[in-house]
Design a protein around this ligand. Structure first.
Ligand SMILES: [Zn+2]
Length: 418
């Protein structure tokens, strides 16, 4: 079975917007409540709460006087929220993501329907040929669908951006075997702050920088955020200005995603495997300045883009352990340097005398480590080239696309930076 995700723009009516807002609100409240319960349980017993334990809390909440409005929420939306929360927990424990965050009503809103969403020929509006039928009381929402939706609809995520746009991300399942590719290049990728990505195919090293206009958008966002902070709390002008800030944020995140899509497409188009370091966000948070830069620069989103694009063509994404000393290891003789401060851009190996560009050397090491792992795992990789280092006892893993659990992650929602 193949999974595909398509994103379409939705145009709900005023009444539908109200109903959606209620559903967003219920799902958000439940997420925060369940997350809080899990944290409390963890503090008391050393264990979080699983999916069924959390879902078992719902019937009583729906009966309780102050939370009885939960009963009006389409129950599968609440259960999908539970599933996403437990998945977020698992990703955290597998070191693939940071700790799940509480959701705010000012951020992007989203709800997921695990089944019963249909694409319908609409006479909702003469200008719309198609609509998305959402279960519960919402009904058919006018949609702009550019291509026919192939296959069986699995889940649909409805979201609203802070600037007020609605989208549906539709995940489908199509008949057919997953392809596999054992031809093409094997790329080693070092993600960094100086250059966004330094890539090697074993022969040459290429450096990819964040596009310049990103910095311009970032500066603009910062200025507008400061202006927002100066507006009196609770004032109408503050409320209005919040939308202005959300629009700038959206422009920034769109151009960042555009860059990440183009670069990931480039690396996937002629490769059989891409090797990256696992971003152990938790460890990075120790250095706050660095953590900020990481959450801004979209490494996590980039890795997700690579994962699903590679899976789609049957190629592999290998994530090697984050604590692998890729910068400190001489890629020529494997001598390991004791220290390698961030400002050292070039160095000479004291053992073999090879002069290294810091990032190029790291990318070569990452690539070699990934190839070693692929061979040990028995993957049919062809024409690997280069030298393969002996095993050094680190964990690596083959990343599977996150498509099946969180369609909107694969489509790169801004909240998934990091
Ligand atoms: Zn050396």
């Amino acid at each position: 079975m193949l999974h595909k995700a398509v994103q379409v723009r939705l145009y709900p009516t005023k009444e539908q917007q109200v109903l959606l807002a209620q559903t967003f609100g219920s799902a958000r409240w439940w997420w925060n409540y369940a997350l809080n319960k899990s944290i409390e349980s963890y503090k008391e017993t050393g264990k979080g709460l699983g999916r069924s334990a959390l879902n078992a809390l719902l019937p009583d909440l729906k009966k309780a006087e102050d939370t009885s409005w939960l009963a009006e929420c389409y129950s599968q939306v609440l259960q999908a929220t539970t599933l996403n929360l437990t998945t977020a927990y698992k990703n955290f424990f597998d070191k693939r993501a940071g700790f799940p965050k509480f959701k705010s009503k000012h951020g992007k809103q989203s709800i997921q329907y695990p089944q019963n969403v249909k694409i319908v020929e609409g006479n909702v509006d003469p200008s719309a040929t198609l609509g998305v039928k959402i279960p519960g009381n919402i009904g058919i929402v006018k949609a702009k669908i550019h291509r026919p939706i192939e296959g069986k609809i699995k889940t649909v995520t409805i979201s609203k951006t802070p600037s007020g746009k609605y989208f549906a991300s539709i995940l489908t399942e199509v008949e057919g075997d997953n392809p596999t590719t054992a031809e093409g290049k094997i790329y080693g990728v070092d993600l960094g702050l100086k250059h966004f990505a330094v890539v090697t195919d074993g022969e040459k090293v290429s450096k990819y920088d964040n596009p310049k206009h990103l910095a311009k958008h970032e500066k603009n966002l910062k200025r507008k955020q400061q202006k927002l902070a100066r507006k009196p709390k609770g004032s109408n002008s503050r409320y209005k200005y919040r939308k202005v800030v959300a629009k700038v944020y959206e422009r920034l995140s769109n151009s960042r995603q555009d860059f990440l899509h183009k670069l990931s497409y480039k690396l996937v188009s002629d490769s059989q495997a891409v090797i990256v370091e696992n971003l152990h966000v938790k460890g990075m948070v120790r250095n706050h300045k660095l953590a900020k830069a990481i959450s801004d620069c979209g490494w996590g989103t980039f890795t997700n883009f690579l994962a699903y694009k590679l899976e789609r063509k049957g190629a592999k994404l290998v994530e090697i352990d984050r604590w692998f000393p890729s910068s400190k290891l001489c890629s020529n003789c494997f001598y390991q340097m004791g220290e390698m401060p961030l400002d050292v851009r070039e160095w000479t190996c004291p053992h073999c005398g090879t002069h290294h560009d810091r990032d190029g050397n790291a990318a070569i090491n990452i690539r070699a480590e990934g190839i070693r792992w692929l061979l040990a795992e028995g993957s049919a990789v062809s024409a690997v080239g280069g030298e393969v280092r002996p095993k050094m006892g680190r964990k690596s893993n083959l990343r599977h696309s996150p498509l099946s659990t969180e369609a909107d992650t694969a489509l790169g929602t801004p909240s998934q930076c990091g």
